[in-house]
Design a protein around this ligand. Structure first.
Ligand code: M6P
Ligand code: ZN
Length: 194
C-alpha cells in the first residue's frame, strides 16, 4: 500500500459492480460507529451500540492517480444499510480546504441522499439512486446518507489539493438530519442547531 505512487503512464483499475470494490487500490479506510460517534444526534443510541461492540458504517478504497505534474484521486465509498437512533448511516462529511476545488460524486448502487451545505447556510439534499452524478462545487460541504435496505456505493473524483476539513461538521453537523419514520426517510432540523 503506497499512496504516493507516481506514474506518467495511463492507469486503469477494475471496478466490481456487485461488491463495490475496485482493484488495485492504494489506500483502504474503514469508518466505524466509534469513528463517527459525534455525528449522530442520538448520543445515547451511539453509547448503547459501543457498549455492545463497534460496527462498520462505511469503508473507502482510494487510488490517488499521480503523475509528475498532476493528480486526480478516485475514491469508492460503500455505506452499510442501517440506522443509529433512527438516523440513517451516513458519511462523516467534509468541506474542502480549497473552495476552488470541486468534486464529482457518482451513485452506483443503493438509494439515499447527498446532503450539501455552504458556510453561509444554503442547504440542498439531492435524491440519489444508481446513475445520479452530482457536481459538488468547492464551497459546499458534502455527506451521503444511505436510506435503503442495501449497501450504497458511490464513486468520487477530486484533486488531492482539495483537502478535507471535518471540524465544522463534527461541531455542528448539517442543517438537517435524515431519520427513518414508518420505514420512510424524513428530514428533520438538526437538533444540535435549534
Ligand atoms: C469520497 C471522497 C473522499 C472521502 C470519502 C468519505 O470517497 O469525498 O475524499 O474521504 O468520500 O467521506 P468522508 O471523508 O466525509 O468520511
Ligand atoms: Zn470532498
Amino acid at each position: 500500500m503506497e499512496p504516493t505512487h507516481i506514474s506518467d503512464l495511463p492507469t486503469s483499475v477494475l471496478f466490481d459492480f456487485a461488491s463495490g470494490a475496485f482493484e488495485p487500490f492504494l489506500q483502504y479506510t474503514q469508518r466505524k460507529v466509534s469513528d463517527l460517534h459525534e455525528m449522530f444526534a442520538d448520543q445515547q443510541a451511539v453509547a448503547e451500540i459501543l457498549k455492545n461492540g463497534d460496527r462498520l458504517v462505511y469503508d473507502i478504497r482510494y487510488h490517488p492517480f499521480r503523475t509528475s505534474n498532476s493528480d486526480m484521486s478516485l475514491g469508492v465509498t460503500r455505506i452499510q444499510p442501517g440506522t443509529i437512533g433512527g438516523e440513517y448511516h451516513m458519511t462523516k462529511g467534509h468541506y474542502h480546504e480549497r473552495e476552488d476545488q470541486p468534486e464529482i460524486y457518482f451513485c452506483v448502487h443503493g438509494t439515499g441522499y447527498l446532503l450539501m451545505e455552504t458556510r453561509d447556510g444554503q442547504f440542498q439534499a439531492a435524491p440519489w439512486k444508481p446513475g445520479a452524478i452530482t457536481h459538488i462545487p468547492g464551497m459546499w460541504a458534502h455527506r451521503v446518507v444511505n436510506t435503503g435496505s442495501d449497501e450504497l456505493f458511490f464513486v468520487a473524483s477530486y484533486h488531492l489539493a482539495a483537502g478535507h476539513i471535518y471540524a465544522p461538521v463534527v461541531e455542528r453537523g448539517f442543517a438537517q438530519i435524515v431519520v427513518e419514520q414508518n420505514g420512510q426517510p424524513v428530514f428533520l432540523p438538526n437538533p444540535r442547531r435549534v
